[in-house]
Write a protein that binds this ligand. Structure first.
Ligand code: ATP
Ligand code: MG
Length: 414
């Protein structure tokens, strides 16, 4: 028999959790729109090329985490592991580069074959923004400010820290890479297998290693900051000064890197202590080399992505659904009338619940359970008078109203 469990690392999202995730997405979209970003939806799957070319053969995502398959037409397809590559592909294939800068917001599921744990799933959701065609530090400052404001408005601002670093330009990074590899090679024996392998293919990524042995070696490694050329230094200083002017606090973290070649200059993360090992809730950086790498014309870009589930975990308290009006008919005649009244309230914009069966006691119980704010009780006597009893479920007070005044009376009260 087929397994009826969800596939490992996936989950069913029930209404309570859905409301939290929707709050995360809605807040992100609201803030992004205020900054002039419009929503873009790219397909959930793309040709495998789109990701293998942009994320590079050495990234963890491409080497270990992609969900790739051949479709019935023999095409290599990958479920998107992240949003930026698809957006860049859309910009190139849609010829949108004519009209820079482009400001996009996106949201939706991503797929990575990872070891599932708290805050780490194989299907998860992200919200993200991309600012394409802006090369100045002002863009970096704005996109970080947008992230900060989103987290503040979500109510998790107090729980997160902005960590920031620079990867410099190509020249600075090349100089640094040579020095870093020299240094790391002298500790060859102490590095983890993963890191030893990265030594030739993707050495900067070693700085980000979580392996204890690696971390000891990294502690005294040369730092990229010391190899920045003047342009890169100035770029970073401008970004930090801009953040300072906006009152956005940050911590410098020289180990914060993005391993791929097309990343440059600003790299940043908002992290929290409250989620255990999965502490990064929002991560981003500048990717000026991406479009060329994809085969498009050179176009600078910067963006970030945030994990919706992690942010939903971080949010305080429940988000209750709207408290409805419960319509409670007593007797057969009333039952026929109940749906009519229910529908007229719903059409008036009032959340209304109609129990499908049971005596008065059972229906009142259900009204309590769904935390109804009001109960409209349709008894025989009231019905004969063309009205209903309206009970305030919090105070217990009850009044009688005619059918045609019910909706008006309840509007604005629920
Ligand atoms: P990590 O170091 O946690 O694996 P990452 O560098 O792979 O993160 P990004 O690719 O920068 O993450 O994705 C941005 C954000 O998306 C992360 O900061 C995190 O909040 C979220 N995220 C990434 N992978 C997962 C996952 N498997 N499950 C849930 N959320 C995730
Ligand atoms: Mg990861």
């Amino acid at each position: 028999m087929a397994s009826l469990k969800p596939v490992r690392g996936t989950q069913d999202v029930l209404p309570d959790e859905s409301r939290r995730m929707r709050r995360v997405e809605q807040t992100a979209l609201d803030v992004a729109e205020r900054y002039g970003y419009g929503e873009i939806s790219t397909p959930i799957f793309e040709s495998t090329d789109v990701f293998s070319r942009t994320l590079g053969d050495t990234s963890d995502i491409v080497t270990k985490e992609m969900y790739t398959f051949e479709d019935k037409g023999g095409e290599r397809i990958t479920l998107r592991p992240e949003g930026t590559a698809g957006v860049a592909r859309a910009v190139i294939s849609g010829g949108l580069q004519q009209d820079l800068p482009l400001k996009f917001f996106y949201r939706g599921p991503m797929f990575r074959y990872e070891r599932p744990q708290k805050g780490r799933r194989r299907q998860f959701s992200q919200v993200g923004v991309e600012l394409i065609g802006a090369s100045k530090p002002l863009a970096d400052i704005e996109i970080i400010a947008l992230g900060r404001q989103f987290l503040d408005e979500l109510g998790v601002g107090e729980n997160v820290t902005l960590e920031i670093n620079t990867l410099g330009d190509d020249e600075s990074r090349a100089t640094y890479r040579t020095r870093l590899v020299d240094y790391l090679q002298s500790f060859d024996g102490e590095l983890s297998d993963d890191s030893r392998e990265r030594l030739t293919r993707n050495p900067l990524r070693i700085l980000d290693s979580k392996d204890e042995g690696d971390r000891k070696v990294i502690k005294d490694a040369p730092r990229l900051q010391d190899f920045l050329n003047d342009d890169s230094r100035r770029f970073f200083d401008d970004v930090l000064e801009g953040l300072g002017n906006l009152g956005i606090p940050f911590e410098l973290n020289s180990r914060l890197v993005r391993g791929l070649d097309y990343y440059c200059h600003t790299a940043f993360e908002f992290t929290t202590q409250d989620l255990g090992a999965q502490g990064t809730v929002l991560a981003g950086g500048r990717y000026d080399g991406l479009f060329e790498q994809m085969g498009g014309q050179a176009t600078p870009g910067i963006g970030w992505a945030a994990g919706v589930e992690r942010l939903a975990l971080l949010m305080d308290g429940e988000i209750p659904p709207p408290r409805p009006v419960a319509v409670i008919p007593i007797g057969e005649e009333a039952e026929a009338k109940a749906l009519e009244i229910t529908q007229s309230l719903r059409r008036a914009g009032i959340a209304t619940d109609l129990g499908y069966s049971g005596n008065m006691k059972r229906r009142m119980k259900r009204a309590d359970k769904i935390k109804a704010r009001w109960a409209v009780i349709l008894g025989e006597d009231e019905l004969a008078r063309g009205g209903a009893a309206l009970r305030d479920m919090d105070s217990g007070e009850q009044i009688e109203l005619s059918f045609d005044t019910l909706a008006d009376y309840l509007s604005g009260k629920v």
